[in-house]
Design a protein around this ligand. Structure first.
Ligand SMILES: O=C(O)CCc1cccc(O)c1O
Ligand SMILES: [Fe+2]
Length: 316
């Protein structure tokens, strides 16, 4: 069983608020190398763990985890819009297997996704529908959130299913690392925003979509000038997190409470549970080695930006 993993931060601010050219070149080199590695691996199937930001999942019905059997991206912040190439029967049997495995995952036959899913597919795979992909949503913003332990158990359950397939699988994790962009919160949003967060935001009018995009861009510009305007990035935690995953110590995070992580690294840092699930799935496939580790705090993108590749031993 050949298995590859790539986990990487996303940020829709790319192209809107960019770091210095030499840093942008450095990051683009990292992404380009990862894309080349994916092309060389040539997966039969991609499994993508990623969050949403009140663009596809809302408080009218907010699952902790959801497997898409049919999915499309909305193209927020100018990211790719369109249908993903979801192998429905495989996604259905994955969902049944994960449920049998003791993890209560939801399913969606009309999954609406945003930049969290679209950006890694564009940057690493070459598009939304270049390869068969099963999208797996992990709630990373809408409290109450699933724990690190549940994200690990989800990943292990997915890995046990993938192990039964005679396919070259690429496991992707999207998001993180430390960051807190201005994502609204139910407890503090105004009545109009609360209504959007409860579901009317599924089809935002163009003017409101543009206002939302500009709000995040403005926040990023301010953050570059003054890093007290948002929760500060936490490079030390980010690096220790990447090391812990590289050493296969995902279970060490079981002890970390969600509120503790929010206070330490920022409320959107829970996106790293996509990395935990991805590495947990890989760990079930066999011993693995990591490579191409990259990290840089990038305030322009409101992200502790990380990128990490791993292979099960047979594929090195
Ligand atoms: O959609 C939004 O409001 C948040 C956008 C956003 C910004 C920076 C880093 C992220 O991970 C991210 O998702
Ligand atoms: Fe995000």
């Amino acid at each position: 069983m050949k298995t590859m993993l790539h986990c990487m931060s996303h940020s829709p601010l790319v192209g809107f608020v960019d770091p210095l050219p030499e840093i942008l070149d450095e990051v683009n080199g990292v992404i380009s190398n990862a894309r080349k590695a994916v092309k060389a691996f040539d997966p039969d199937l991609v499994v993508l763990f990623a969050p949403d930001h009140y663009n596809g999942f809302f408080y009218d019905l907010m699952p902790s985890f959801c497997i898409g059997t049919d999915a499309y991206a909305i193209g927020d912040f100018g990211t790719l819009a369109g249908d993903l190439n979801v192998p429905q029967a495989l996604a259905e049997s994955l969902a049944a297997s994960v449920l049998d495995s003791g993890v209560d995952v939801a399913v969606s036959y009309r999954m609406q996704l945003d930049h969290g899913f679209a950006q890694p597919l564009d940057e690493l795979v070459g598009g939304l529908d270049c390869k068969p992909v099963i999208p797996i949503f992990i709630n990373s913003v809408a409290v109450p959130l699933p724990s690190f332990q549940r994200a690990r158990l989800l990943g292990e359950a997915v890995g046990r299913y993938l192990k039964t397939l005679d396919k070259k699988v690429l496991i992707l994790g999207s998001g993180g690392l430390s960051h807190q962009p201005p994502v609204p919160e139910l407890a503090t949003a105004n009545a109009h925003m609360v209504d959007r967060m409860k579901g009317s935001g599924r089809h935002l009018p163009d003017d409101e979509r543009e206002a939302r995009t500009q709000r995040v861009i403005t926040a990023a510009r301010r953050f570059v000038e003054d890093q007290s305007t948002l929760h500060p990035l936490h490079p030390e935690w980010d690096q220790s997190f990447m090391t812990l995953l590289s050493e296969g110590r995902m279970a060490d995070l079981d002890a970390m409470k969600n509120d503790e992580l929010s206070a330490l690294a920022g409320k959107s840092t829970h996106e790293v549970k996509a990395w935990v699930s991805a590495f947990a799935a890989l760990s079930v496939m066999g011993n693995f080695n990591t490579t191409n580790r990259y990290y840089r705090p990038i305030p322009e993108w409101i992200a502790g930006f990380g990128s990490l590749t791993a292979y099960t031993e047979k594929t090195l």
